[in-house]
Design a protein around this ligand. Structure first.
Ligand code: MG
Length: 373
């Protein structure tokens, strides 16, 4: 890994793992982190967790698993160009959504509301909880014992009151420092991935149309370019070419602007990255265009009445589960019942946040339908 930049995270300058382990053989520390994440059960559950569309709505829509793979793919390309640590970016990307509830943002909002008197629910914090505590795979420790930099990247946001309880990984929120460039990059790779795949899934679902999207400047420009380049194409093929072209442009813009930012500040190690402004960024023009696209998606897709109906049902399901378990923790499976003796609300949160969409639907039926068992 000697071709890494001096401001990249490496096995050598890493702050290491909470519990000391022998260095891995034949792979780097961050390849080991990635491998542990892939083998975790929370990772397998991502296949059945909603991104925008609930799992049973169709087989071709993104799930949290395919979303995470797309983030990893985009992130790795950019990392390579900037001589950042590709393995760390991949590890963060694959783990960044592990703490998501079933039913996407609707589920998370519902759980946050249920927990409002008990510190709330934050999915980034829950992702960290999964890799730090909840995975039960290793004899020597709880969780996956990942490197500091992987954990730091997973904890994208965090309220100050929660950061105070986290030790080293929470400190940067309290003293206003930046995470590694790999973490900054994964965050923007996430944004590129979801904006573009939500356009794709939105069109596929029929909830938004190509005509409506033509009012969004980045889409209409790339649509025109794709039509010019391949005069005979239409339908899905044209949409895919347009989206491919948008992703390419965003990735190039991110590389170009970040390279300029790095050249400007000239960080020479991790410490100088942490006190510099955010160095991984889009150009101002691209930021504006991305904002326009996000606003379009919010108004036309995420708030579409059909999505809102499903979100409403999802919130109802999560709240009903939370309430019934709070009223009577004896209804929890034994493992969570035991945990509930120590901290009832945390045990219920861990149980619900770990559910896939279909598991939550089944559990709701088992608890509220007299005919289900
Ligand atoms: Mg994401």
């Amino acid at each position: 890994m000697s071709d890494l930049a001096t401001y990249a995270v490496s096995s050598e300058n890493s702050r290491g793992r909470s519990i000391k382990e022998k260095p891995p053989l034949g792979r780097s520390e961050f390849q080991r982190d990635r491998d542990r994440i892939i083998h975790s059960s929370a990772f397998r559950r991502l296949e059945y967790k909603t991104q925008v569309f609930v799992n049973h709505e169709g087989d071709l829509f993104r799930t949290r698993l395919t979303h995470s793979l797309e983030v990893a793919q985009i992130g790795r390309s950019v990392a390579r160009s900037l001589r950042l640590n590709e393995d760390l970016v991949e590890a963060i990307a694959l783990a960044h959504d592990l703490g998501h509830t079933p039913f996407g943002h609707a589920g998370q909002d519902a759980l946050n509301e249920c927990m409002k008197d008990h510190n709330g629910f934050e999915h980034n914090l829950q992702s960290l909880r999964v890799v730090d505590i909840l995975e039960e795979r290793y004899g020597a420790f709880d969780g996956l014992n990942l490197c500091f930099e992987t954990r730091e990247g997973i904890l994208k946001h965090c309220a100050k009151k929660n950061a105070k309880k986290l030790g080293d990984v929470g400190t940067r929120f309290l003293i206003n420092q930046r995470p590694s460039l790999e973490a900054q990059l994964t965050n923007l790779a996430d944004e590129i991935a979801y904006n573009n795949h939500d356009v794709d899934d939105g069109l596929r679902s029929g909830l938004i149309t190509q005509k409506e999207l033509e009012e969004v400047s980045i889409f209409s420009r790339h649509l025109a370019m794709s039509k010019k380049l391949y005069s005979g194409i239409s339908g899905r093929r044209l949409i895919h070419e347009t989206i491919r072209s948008m992703i390419n442009t965003l990735v190039s813009d991110l590389i170009k602007q970040s390279t300029a930012n790095i050249k400007d500040i000239q960080p020479d190690n991790l410490q100088s990255v942490s006190v510099a402004p955010y160095l991984i960024s889009f150009s101002e023009k691209t930021k504006k265009e991305q904002q326009e696209l996000k606003t379009f998606l919010r108004n036309n897709l995420y708030q579409h009445f059909k999505v809102a109906r499903m979100s409403n049902k999802a919130q109802h399901t999560v709240k009903m589960l939370f309430n019934i378990f709070s009223e009577d923790p004896r209804l929890l499976p034994l493992k969570y019942q035991e945990k509930s003796h120590k901290n009832k609300h945390q045990a219920i949160t861990d149980y619900i946040a770990g559910m896939t969409d279909r598991y939550a639907i089944r559990e709701y039926r088992r608890l509220f339908s007299i005919e289900a068992n």
